[in-house]
Ligand binder design. Structure first.
Ligand SMILES: Cc1cc2nc3c(=O)[nH]c(=O)nc-3n(C[C@H](O)[C@H](O)[C@H](O)COP(=O)(O)OP(=O)(O)OC[C@H]3O[C@@H](n4cnc5c(N)ncnc54)[C@H](O)[C@@H]3O)c2cc1C
Length: 431
């Protein structure tokens, strides 16, 4: 396929220079490009996949839970208007514990109107299909004069050099590019991270996430359900109604990895029956709508997020279990922190790839990411089993949290991404 630049024409020749070069134009990398370009920074984003393929229904069946803080960032960057029509507000969250074929435990955690009392018009978050997020990002990127989104394109060589010299990149089209800062936003298998010799703490869960859209008879009323089963959490998250007016939710069903191929091979009726056995009939009859996907689940964390003239963001730096729907949210918080750090350095006349500037970014993000990583791992271990004492402890724990409004609100503030030293974009402010 011919190399092209979605926005503007790539500059040719050996002298081409940019301030920031981002390798990876997924949801995290492209948002960073838009954030920096919006502040007047000259940015190049390289993405090996064609945008048309990555927004096709057959490419990614996932939807993402977008926390309130993330929504503010997307709005501040002018990305949100392009996806708002595809975003379903989360008004209630119901967490329950159960077994296959039996009703959910009566002891459950409920987040609803009380937790929204201070801002009753504001939902706790939104559910948006990933392809709608990508479509909005591509449209916004095309409006940014200082952003060059080069697709399909990738690095073939990178010399990060030493001292004050810029990094020297070679692209697959043969073009050479100099940059003050290179950002790896290449997802979990980041080649730039590996080339920098940054080690990972990583382990596989014996689970996969089965993902698809589920059509159901009754409306969901904006309720997100998380039902803990012995194999792991079974979540049905409210989506906008389909084009035919039918009610839809997004399924994220964590199951033992060995069982997943058999579940995926079921016909729609049998798969729908398995959903019903696990979820019950509160939304009426359930049936899968469209294709099903599965994702092997793992945890990984880079030992550091920076190296000489290099910063890692998003899944290139950390990958977590989807139990709390926070992976993308964490990546976009990295974006907010790195963009703010770079823009402030620039205002002070500093080199954005300088060690002190990058150290500030790392210090800002590592703690938040580590806390969430430990929390999601602990929750998965606590809930993904059927041991009687643990079942009792977690049911009593859920019920106790449910009866303690301050603790409950604190958990919710965390889930909404509104706790800690918040970057300006997460507060909804311009850089
Ligand atoms: C089942 C499941 C459900 C999830 N649900 C949620 C949720 O509800 N909420 C949430 O916040 N998160 C969720 N997540 C996590 C979320 O999907 C990820 O955290 C997010 O996609 C990470 O985005 P990213 O841009 O960092 O990485 P990726 O999405 O992996 O994107 C990386 C990009 O880099 C490109 N690339 C790859 N190699 C190269 C290369 N060599 N050079 C240049 N570019 C390259 C790729 O083509 C891609 O575009 C879920 C994850 C799973 C598995």
């Amino acid at each position: 396929m011919a190399q092209r630049s979605v926005n503007g024409t790539a500059r040719g020749g050996d002298e081409a220079t940019t301030e920031v070069l981002i390798s990876g134009g997924g949801m995290v990398g492209l948002t960073l490009g838009i954030a920096l370009a919006g502040a007047g920074v000259d940015v190049v984003v390289l993405e090996p996949r064609d945008p048309a393929a990555s927004t096709d229904a057959a490419f990614d069946g996932r939807s993402s839970a977008i926390a309130r803080g993330t929504q503010r960032l997307l709005a501040a960057l002018g990305i949100w208007p392009g996806m708002a029509a595809a975003a379903e507000p989360i008004l209630d969250i119901r967490v329950s514990d159960g077994r296959i074929g039996s009703a959910a435990s009566r002891l459950f955690l409920h987040y609803g109107r009380d937790e929204r009392a201070k801002e009753p018009d504001e939902p706790m978050g939104y559910i948006v299909e990933n392809r709608a997020i990508r479509t909005a990002l591509h449209a916004r990127a095309a409006e940014m004069p200082t952003l060059r989104f080069m697709v399909p394109e990738r690095l073939t060589n990178l010399e990060r050099g030493t001292g004050t010299a810029p990094a020297e990149a070679t692209l697959s089209n043969g073009q050479h590019l100099r940059a003050r800062l290179v950002v790896a936003a290449e997802g979990r298998g980041s080649p730039l991270r590996a080339a920098a010799g940054i080690r990972m703490t990583a382990w596989d869960y014996p689970q996969s996430g089965i993902v698809c859209t589920v059509a159901h008879e009754a409306p969901h009323h904006g309720v997100a359900h998380e039902h803990f089963l012995p194999a792991g959490p079974f979540a049905l998250l409210p989506m906008t109604d389909g084009a035919d007016g039918g009610h839809r939710s997004s399924l994220v069903w964590t199951e033992r990895r060995t069982l997943v191929p058999a579940m995926l091979a079921l016909d729609d009726a049998a798969f729908g029956a398995e959903l019903q056995r696990r979820f019950g009939d509160s939304l009426g009859a359930l049936r899968p709508a469209g294709r099903r996907w599965s994702y092997p689940l793992s945890l990984m964390h880079a030992e550091r997020y920076i190296d000489h003239r290099l910063a890692l963001v998003g899944d290139a730096a950390h990958g977590i279990h989807p139990i709390t729907g926070q992976g993308l949210n964490l990546g976009l918080r990295d974006v907010a922190a790195l963009a703010e750090t770079v823009v402030e350095a620039r205002r002070l006349g500093l080199d954005p790839g300088e060690a002190n500037v990058l150290a500030r970014y790392q210090q800002w993000r590592r703690f938040d990411n580590t806390v969430l990583m430990i929390t999601t791992d602990g929750l998965n271990r606590l809930f993904s089993n059927d041991l009687a004492p643990l079942r009792l402890a977690r049911d009593v724990g859920l019920a106790a949290v449910n009866r303690l409004p301050p603790l409950k609100r604190l958990f919710m503030q965390h889930a909404m991404g509104l706790v800690g030293d918040l970057p300006r974009l997460i507060r909804g402010q311009a850089l």
